[in-house]
Design a protein around this ligand. Structure first.
Ligand code: NAP
Length: 303
């Protein structure tokens, strides 16, 4: 097993498969896959993520229907836009970039997305499918973690997994996917007592707490595989959190403390981040195959 779980390289490999899948399906489908990413307002991090997603679409031949909507858009206006995308036959996937401005009800908007075009797997129907172990679009970040583990032949059956974080976006679906892969899963959160004692028992530790450098050497055992989902853009007063001079990002894990101790870890950047974007593309291409009556040839890439 390599010590560094390279999400960037795996994302490139999967993108190539998706590109070839699109090229070979175009003749029958008569149109490329379409993805609509909706960004509301001016949150700078959302701008960066949407930009990555648009570039990734262009690389593999997915047509982007991205919309950048004004900060003060009303709930009704946004619902109407989502409904029109539900009806648009050239759109296979819809993603509402989170977080939304506080006046918009995230839950009701996610429910407005046609579950069949739910590119981020966050519609309650698709979350229910995940609980039941039925096929369906899966949340991109935990799906990307599963692909990274799978590709690096990290066995999960019977292993003790600890997930730090219980959000609907990452922690909860992550725990369900690991459980479906026959790991024994514990979910920790902000009220968990004595986190280091719990996480030291983990064969696999997935950290999605959104707290820079929460996890250090006292939280991990030597045979542990550590997945760092957290991603934080550092401001000028936070140079001490940098992993290296080159990048302005850090995760929820102090990589410099654990890299020589654990069995393997995912870096930030270059670990879970690129995999998230790739699984968004995979969900979209999978939907496109379904909508166009093509064989579902990439569903094995989705957990
Ligand atoms: P979130 O909604 O803020 O959830 C954070 C979770 O962590 C909550 O369940 C919270 O517990 C728990 N938590 C917070 N502090 C903790 C502590 N000290 N000890 C244990 N648990 C703690 O965040 P999210 O959306 O899940 O995202 C988590 C991180 O992943 C963020 O840094 C985000 O930027 C990153 N992320 C990265 C990608 C990617 O592509 N790489 C994608 C999505 C998210 P409570 O429930 O008790 O509040």
């Amino acid at each position: 097993m390599p010590n560094i779980l390279d999400g960037k390289k795996l994302a490139q490999e999967i993108e190539l498969i998706l590109k070839q899948t699109i090229e070979s399906g175009l003749e029958v489908a008569k149109r490329p896959p379409g993805l609509a990413v909706l960004r509301v307002g001016s949150d700078p991090a959302s701008g960066v993520y949407v930009n990555y997603k648009e570039k990734a679409c262009a690389r593999i031949g997915v047509k982007s229907f991205a919309r950048h909507l004004k900060e003060d858009i009303s709930l009704e206006e946004l619902r109407e836009i989502i409904k029109s995308l539900n009806e648009e036959k050239n759109v296979d996937g819809i993603l509402l970039q989170l977080p939304l401005p506080s006046h918009l009800d995230e839950d009701s908007l996610l429910r407005t997305i046609d579950p069949d075009k739910d590119a981020d797997g966050l519609h309650p129907l698709n979350l229910g499918r995940l609980i039941k172990g039925e096929k369906g679009p899966r949340s991109c970040t935990p799906a990307g973690v599963m692909a990274l583990l799978n590709r690096n032949q990290i066995k999960l059956e019977g292993k003790r997994a600890v997930v730090v974080g219980r959000s609907i976006l990452v922690g909860k679906p992550m725990a369900l996917m690991l459980q479906a892969a026959n790991a024994t899963v514990t979910v920790a959160h902000s009220r968990t007592k004595d986190l280091p004692t719990l996480t030291r028992q983990a064969d696999l530790l997935v950290v999605a707490a959104g707290k820079p450098h929460l996890i250090g050497k006292n939280h991990v055992s030597e045979n542990c595989v550590v997945i760092d989902v957290g991603i934080h853009r550092l401001s000028s007063g936070q140079e001490n959190l940098k992993e290296s001079k080159k990048n302005k990002l850090c995760g929820d894990v102090k990589i410099f403390e654990i890299e020589d101790k654990v069995a393997a870890y995912s870096p930030v950047p270059g670990g879970v981040g690129p995999m998230t974007v790739t699984m968004l593309l995979a969900n979209t291409v999978d939907r496109w195959q379904k909508h166009c009556g093509l064989p579902l040839s990439i569903s094995h890439l989705l957990p």
